[in-house]
Design a protein around this ligand. Structure first.
Ligand code: PFF
Length: 449
């Protein structure tokens, strides 16, 4: 292990940090709105199956490679390679992963900035500062840039603190707050008129949708995005994990929390949409389909909160703060990817690495904001639809084919003397070798076509 490398100090610290990375806009915003417009429980079911059958094995590949190498993605993929060619391709894959992580943060920071604006706007409006509140939620370049920069500073501030004092400390504070707020909001919404119509949509599967190709691909994309796969985030978090921890069960807990929070968020968002409809807010477009995801979060829900008076102000503030916290625990994990690389490969001090990477990413976000109509969708599609699955496929190939099997199995046996008799030990190595690459590969090919 490189001298002075950070380490998570406790198993819970790691689980909450990795779950913090996984739980983000993808869970609280993306998953429920996609479920509502894709056959409700049918989507939930497909998502659950894919999360455990496909995303969890890829998560394990990242965690195992990272923990084995105790190094950043470039060093780790090079380290497990068995030839000069595979070392070169591994370093390139790791490098592209770092670039993709930076691009993901460039759009994530923009959306998280909007969320900060919405969070502050409700109390500010209630205090009578209407024009300030309007500025915070208006789509204006100066507002978009200021809020994105503010969010990036928060992210940089935590990452500068290091693995234990920054990432672990803040994740263990913020994640419990997130879970409590989410449960409280869901319980409140479920008491309102109209919630049961939403529950029906969420819980009764429209089975005719289950075998639709698009549904499966959408659900897989969501599962990959939601578990932060492909770009080296989980790899770098795994690299800070002590050799004592049992990875299969730790990884399973992270996946369970991620999926659990997505499902829980559905109990808030989907009923809330139907409560809004009950109160006269439009939730369907002219063709009878649900409005787009961003309209639902930034227009429909605020319109609902407005109808609830003071309780609505509290709810709105808590809801957007919840989204803000979820974004922050994810953004720190994304920034850690380039930061770890700069610290380890170039011996930079952490502060310089975090400030430089953060400033570069914020500059890219600024460019995206100035050409929003063209670039925003492009960056999202490039990174999440192509980048993450292709890199996930490469990670499966490295874990299954490039990494020497005895070394991989040795990594699994490190913490569990009886590992050889476990189901995971018997299934996963074969699975990551044959099944994952074929399924993820066919999905990649389909997205390209
Ligand atoms: N998992 C995060 C979410 O669901 O919002 C997004 C994310 C974080 C994607 C980290 C990729 C990543 F590396």
């Amino acid at each position: 292990m490189a001298a002075g490398r950070g380490e998570f100090k406790s198993r819970w610290g790691f689980i909450l940090a990795a779950a913090g990375s996984a739980v983000g806009l993808g869970n609280i915003w993306g998953f429920p709105t996609q479920a509502a417009s894709n056959g409700g429980a049918a989507f939930v079911l497909v998502y659950l199956v894919l999360a455990f059958v496909l995303a969890y094995p890829v998560l394990m590949a990242e965690l195992l490679i990272g923990r084995h190498a105790h190094g950043n993605a470039v060093a780790a993929l090079r380290g497990i390679s068995n030839s000069r060619l595979s070392a070169g391709i591994g370093a390139l894959t790791g490098g592209i992963g770092i670039l993709m992580a930076c691009l993901i943060l460039s759009f994530y920071g923009i959306v998280a900035g909007w969320i900060l604006g919405y969070t502050a706007s409700f109390p500010i409006e209630a205090l009578g500062f209407t024009s300030a509140a309007d500025w915070l939620i208006g789509f204006d370049l100066s507002r978009n840039i200021s809020l994105m920069v503010l969010f990036m500073f928060m992210t940089i501030g935590i990452v500068v603190g290091g693995v234990h004092d920054g990432i672990e400390r803040w994740s263990t504070r913020l994640m419990p707050a997130l879970i409590v707020t989410l449960i409280a909001l869901a319980l409140y919404v479920l008491t309102l008129d109209g919630a049961s119509a939403g529950l029906k949509v969420y819980l009764l599967p429209d089975l005719s949708r289950i075998f639709s190709g698009d549904l499966i691909f959408d659900a897989l994309g969501s599962a990959f995005f939601s578990l932060s796969l492909g770009v080296g985030t989980m790899l770098i978090y795994g690299s800070y994990l002590s050799d004592k921890e049992n990875l299969p069960s730790t990884g399973a807990q992270v996946a369970l929390i991620d999926v659990g929070i997505a499902v829980l968020a559905g109990f808030l968002i989907v009923p809330a949409m139907f409560v809004a409809a009950e109160r006269g807010v439009e939730i369907f477009d002219a063709r009878g389909a649900l409005l787009s995801e961003d309209t639902l979060i930034f227009n429909v829900l605020p319109a609902l909160f407005e109808t609830l008076g003071l309780a609505g102000t509290f709810m709105a503030t808590a809801f957007f703060a919840l989204l803000g916290v979820a974004s922050l625990t994810s953004s720190i994990s994304i920034l850690e990817v380039p930061v770890a690389f700069l610290v380890e490969q170039f011996n930079w001090p952490r502060k310089r690495a975090a400030l430089t990477a953060g400033a570069l990413i914020a500059t890219v976000s600024g460019i995206v904001l100035m050409n929003f109509d063209v670039l925003f969708g492009l960056v999202v599609t490039l990174t999440t639809r192509y980048g993450q699955p292709i890199l996930g496929l490469m990670l499966c190939i490295y874990a299954g084919w490039v990494w020497r099997q005895d070394s991989l199995l040795g990594e699994l046996k490190k913490t569990d003397a009886a590992a050889e008799t476990s189901l995971f030990f018997r299934i996963w190595p074969v699975y990551v070798r044959f099944v994952c690459p074929v399924i993820v590969g066919s999905i990649v090919i389909r997205s390209i076509l």
